[in-house]
Design a protein around this ligand. Structure first.
Ligand code: ADE
Length: 255
């Protein structure tokens, strides 16, 4: 079970996006929970302002520290209260992920790692940035979804919540699919086919119809290797490092 807490100026955007399909069903089934707090609700400014000009000048506005800090305090209070009710008082600091192009680039292993947490707090920035002092105070992890800049942190947070949530036990109904999919063991997934057997004169590879599971597995591994080598030579290099040639042959036999 992982509880996601998202600090954002656009809670509806985040919740609408995440409460669909597999992730939505996972929440209904109680494998995860998702809440979004509107940072604007925590501002002490009488005009509900959450941003201001940067000291030293420069373009754009910055999100102020106070509303973010108070929204974070509220999440921490809720988490502590829940744990106390369950007879498990707080033991350690909850991870707070600030989504920013300045962070480490998100990848599958990070998703697996974050999925082990009971609570995860996401901070979505907007405007031209966030007052550094609140980041220093609350953030434990800075994470980016890639080397490009978006207008806000909501989409990156949604991307990460989706990828993390599907690694939480129980979320994927087919338990095995987390282990055969792309990036498992640094390999991309093999090509897949479903009915009809022939579509626009393209036939499904014969071996998949053979019923010989060992041969099918060997073919799939071979295709996964070929595809990774062609499309992601950087990943393939890592895979080869972990699987010297002699071991790879053995792996095919074991499958
Ligand atoms: N905010 C804006 N762009 C981003 C990115 N690429 N990753 C994470 N957060 C962001």
């Amino acid at each position: 079970m992982t509880n996601f807490h998202i600090l954002t100026l656009f809670p509806d955007m985040v919740l609408r996006g995440l409460r669909e399909s597999i992730i939505g069903r996972a929440e209904t089934a109680g494998h995860i929970s998702i809440e979004a707090l509107n940072i604007r609700d925590y501002t002490l400014d009488k005009h509900k302002k959450v941003d201001d000009y940067p000291y030293g000048g420069g373009a754009g506005m910055l999100m102020q520290a106070q509303p973010i800090y108070d929204a974070w305090l509220e999440v921490e209070r809720r988490i502590a209260k829940r744990r106390e009710k369950e007879g498990r008082p707080d033991e350690r600091r909850n991870r707070v992920i600030y989504v920013t192009p300045q962070g480490r680039t998100f990848h599958q292993e990070m998703a697996r790692d974050f999925a082990r947490e009971e609570d995860l707090i996401f901070l979505c920035g907007h405007y031209e940035g966030v007052d550094e002092r609140v980041l220093e105070t609350v953030v434990t992890d800075c994470v980016s979804i890639g080397d490009y800049v978006l207008t806000g942190g909501e989409l990156p947070a949604m991307v990460m919540v989706d990828a993390i949530a599907r690694m939480v036990p129980g979320v994927l109904t087919n338990q095995a699919s987390g282990e055969t999919e792309s990036f498992y063991d640094n390999l991309l997934e093999y090509p897949q086919y479903t009915r009809p057997e022939v579509w626009r004169e393209k036939a499904v590879p014969q071996i998949l119809l053979s019923g010989d599971h060992a041969k099918v597995d060997a073919w799939r591994l071979q295709m996964a290797e070929k595809r990774t080598k062609e499309r992601r030579p950087d990943l393939y290099a890592k895979y080869e490092q972990d699987h010297p040639a002699s071991e790879k042959k053995k792996k095919v036999r074991d499958r």
